[in-house]
Design a protein around this ligand. Structure first.
Ligand code: ADP
Ligand code: ASP
Ligand code: MG
Length: 406
């Protein structure tokens, strides 16, 4: 008997009709002789609505209360799914993150899974039940507090459970039928990939391809779990994310994907003293406030002063700016924040071994009169920070240049 983890995202469980459809799919797997663990998100839009209430009160909210609040979207959805399965004649039991034994660290709003106590799930599976687990949530055993795993975290729950339960398959069902060379909602002629390496998927995901959250790909990579991305609405072949490719996509494309990430904001701290330890102090304070930093650029020194610019996730901008304001005040520097930015990236294992890729990217952006504010590169990606309003144009024209060859 095989064990299958099936994860359904928000649009796949957005209303009772869709929930009945999901119940049917889980029951079909069960009837085919498998053990089934179903991980579900909150109904589409619910998490955003809950966060909206908190932001209306204060954007600088307490993160313990944030977790306690936003986890309820999943908490209230899984009993409904379990009931749909029971009503269709199959045994099922719903589980919160706590009941599923998902232990995390105490990093509220982006907690990491530390350990999973699978006893409860194994007991229910042993009783022949389909386990319906709330995605996105866990708990910190030291304090007993509810935690959440970051936006899109139900993907992480699914892969973490697949690892802990040594599942035979991990299937992520969503509202597109696989991983494409760009977001198919932005680029109409984006190509579906039959297979992609964990490494490239990790890069695509962390650069904004939200079809999978990067943390789940990271887990898939470390635990060598193949992840199948499929449509919950159509019975079509999906995309396999695997390590069995030796790091290269089957299509042998130089560029495997184009992404954009609008969930970024830029902070510029200008007039910092050009002294040993300045960057260290600033970024230590940001790290102490548990803020993730992305692209960093330090400008050339003028008159013994320098500017440091960096990007953070939009939802951490207020906290990051507060930290920078305090640091800047101490040394007479100035802080400027810009929310209207996006990061566009090209991803592919061929980037460093192909001459002229960066030049082509910059030329394409220039041809569309898009100013590049920051650049960052790695072995398998080049990212440019640009004005948010050009994100879609940039993705389409880069896709034309690198993938469709127009
Ligand atoms: P779920 O609610 O099922 O977790 P998400 O909205 O988080 O679904 O992720 C699916 C969405 O990811 C798609 O609707 C699509 O617009 C977007 N997406 C972005 N980049 C890509 C890509 N390269 N391939 C496929 N989908 C992508
Ligand atoms: N509901 C959470 C979110 O919207 C988790 C998820 O959908 O994966 O981010
Ligand atoms: Mg998602």
């Amino acid at each position: 008997m095989a064990l299958i983890v099936m994860k359904f995202g928000g649009t796949s469980v957005a209303n009772v009709e869709r929930i009945k459809n999901v119940a049917r799919q889980a029951i079909a797997k069960k009837k085919a002789g498998n053990d089934v663990v179903l991980v579900a998100s909150a109904m589409a839009g619910v998490t955003d609505k809950l966060i909206g209430y908190l932001n209306e009160l204060t954007p600088d909210h307490n993160l313990r209360e944030y977790d306690q609040m936003v986890s309820t979207g999943e908490t209230s959805n899984v009993p409904l799914i379990a009931q749909a399965i029971i009503s269709a004649g199959e045994a099922a039991e719903s589980f919160t993150g706590v009941q599923a034994g998902i232990q995390t660290n105490n990093s509220h709003s982006k907690a990491r899974v530390v350990r999973i106590d699978t006893a409860n799930l194994k007991r229910a599976l042993g009783e022949g039940k389909i386990c319906v687990v709330a995605g996105f949530q866990g708990y910190d055993p030291a304090s007993g507090n509810i935690t959440t795993l970051g936006r899109g975290g139900s993907d992480t729950t699914a892969v973490a459970l697949a690892a802990a339960l040594k599942a035979d398959k991990c299937e992520i069902y969503t509202d597109v039928d696989g991983v494409y060379t760009a977001d198919p909602r932005i680029v109409k002629d984006a190509k579906k990939l039959d297979v992609i390496s964990h490494e490239e998927m990790l890069e695509l995901a962390s650069l904004g391809a939200k079809v999978l959250v990067s943390r789940c790909v990271e887990l898939g990579m470390t635990h060598d779990i193949d992840i199948m991305v499929l449509s919950s609405l159509e019975d079509k072949q999906g995309t396999l994310v695997t390590s069995k490719l030796g790091g290269r996509n089957m299509e042998n494309l130089v560029i495997s994907g184009i992404t954009s990430d609008k969930n970024q904001a830029k902070i510029v701290v200008s007039g910092l003293p050009d002294k040993v330890g300045t960057a260290s102090k600033l970024f230590t304070e940001l790290a102490d406030a548990n803020i993730n930093i992305d692209v960093i650029v330090q400008n050339a020194t003028r008159n013994e002063l320098s500017d440091i610019s960096f990007t953070v996730q939009k939802n951490e901008l207020v906290r990051a700016k507060n930290v920078c304001d305090v640091a800047a005040n101490r040394v007479g520097a100035k802080v400027h924040a810009d929310e209207n930015i996006a990061k566009v990236s090209i991803v592919g294992v061929g980037i460093t071994s192909n001459v002229g890729v960066a030049a082509t990217m910059f030329r394409v952006l220039a041809e569309h009169a898009i100013n590049i504010q920051m650049i960052s590169t790695s072995d398998i990606k080049i990212s440019c920070v640009i004005d948010e309003k050009f994100a879609e144009v940039a993705v389409r024209s880069l896709h034309d240049a690198f993938i469709t060859g127009k």
